[in-house]
Design a protein around this ligand. Structure first.
Ligand code: RIB
Ligand code: CA
Length: 312
């Protein structure tokens, strides 16, 4: 089966780490590069975490350091979920290689320009790097097949009543991406709060017996603490957000989705960072986003376990 050519933009981050393990372990993707965003932690820490995770998985692709902060707003980080390092919990190897010497906007533009085929971009953090990329190089949009992102939500938020963290952290960047005309798949909180990982799943990952399986389990043990203490409705499960953006590319049939017109609010006092999803098409606008809202959780966990079993 032909591998899907992708670029990943992430802010590792515990669920970003599991997303990378799914992407690399599944052997379904030709991963051209990784760029890092500031979100779960500072850019300094997310780029270091990406390099550590690639070293752990014994994989090597170009890693490009992204923006230090959002386009206009001050940086906010999610250390209350991901800890001081951004990957608290496991011990990780020191990186055996460094990030590329050019910034993400330049590196990703070069890869897209030189590619003979269109590439899919998978952002799982704030959208600052992607907004900069398509603003500095607007013609590059012709080389993007689709953007499959984790972010937003139809009816809920997690950092404000209606805004999800990745969109809220840089709403201006998100507004640029959602109005770009590039086809988007949105794995928002509606689906990711059904993409739950429970203690028995973590035990299954640990039993794989590999270094990556152990790190995945240690990461999820730490990540689950926030959900046990703050999302009582999830019955002890942790929302494994970011791997959804990769899993949809692998097996879209395990998801339920609807094509909707979506734009991002950047002005509202209570609603800034909201993905405004026109679920019933009351505006009669052409849908620009495939909005995911449910999935087969057991199959999702199986996909993660299968990928982990193929990693060192
Ligand atoms: O709101 C969840 C998102 O914010 C995930 O991507 C998580 O990693 C954080 O970046
Ligand atoms: Ca993330």
């Amino acid at each position: 089966m032909k591998r899907i050519p992708i670029i990943i933009d992430c802010d590792p981050g515990h669920d970003d780490a599991l997303m990378l393990m799914l992407a690399f372990g599944s052997e379904r993707f030709d991963i051209k590069a990784i760029s890092t965003s500031a979100g779960n932690q500072t850019q300094e820490k997310t780029v270091s975490n990406a390099l550590k995770l690639l070293t752990l998985m014994e994989r090597r692709v170009p890693v490009f350091r992204g923006a230090e902060k959002p386009l206009l707003r001050d940086l906010i980080i999610a250390d209350y979920v991901h800890g001081e390092t951004g990957l608290d919990g496991p011990s990780l190897p020191q990186p055996i290689f460094e990030a590329e010497p050019i910034p993400a906007v330049e590196g990703l533009a070069l890869i897209l320009q030189q590619s003979e085929e269109k590439l899919t971009i998978v952002p799982t953090g704030p959208l600052t790097n992607i907004a900069l990329l398509i603003s500095v190089y607007p013609q590059i949009k012709d080389k993007i097949e689709r953007i499959s992102l984790m972010g937003g939500g139809i009816f809920r938020g997690n950092i404000s009543p209606l805004a999800e963290f990745n969109i809220y952290a840089d709403p201006e960047a998100a507004a640029i991406v959602f109005s770009s005309g590039v086809p988007i798949t949105m794995a928002g909180l509606d689906v990711t709060h059904r993409a739950l990982v429970f203690q028995e799943d973590i035990i299954q990952f640990r039993k794989i017996g590999t270094q990556t399986g152990k790190v995945a389990a240690d990461l999820l043990d730490f990540f689950s603490k926030f959900y046990r203490e703050n999302r009582l409705e999830l019955n002890g499960g942790a929302a494994l957000h970011d791997p959804c953006a990769i899993a949809w590319l692998m097996e879209p049939e395990i998801f339920k989705s609807k094509a909707c017109y979506v734009q991002v609010e950047t002005q509202g006092q209570l609603t800034t960072g909201t993905t405004v999803v026109d679920f019933y098409n009351v505006l009669s606008q052409t849908p620009n986003v495939e909005v995911l809202y449910d999935l087969d959780r057991k199959r999702y966990i199986e996909m993660l376990a299968d990928a982990l079993a193929k990693l060192p």
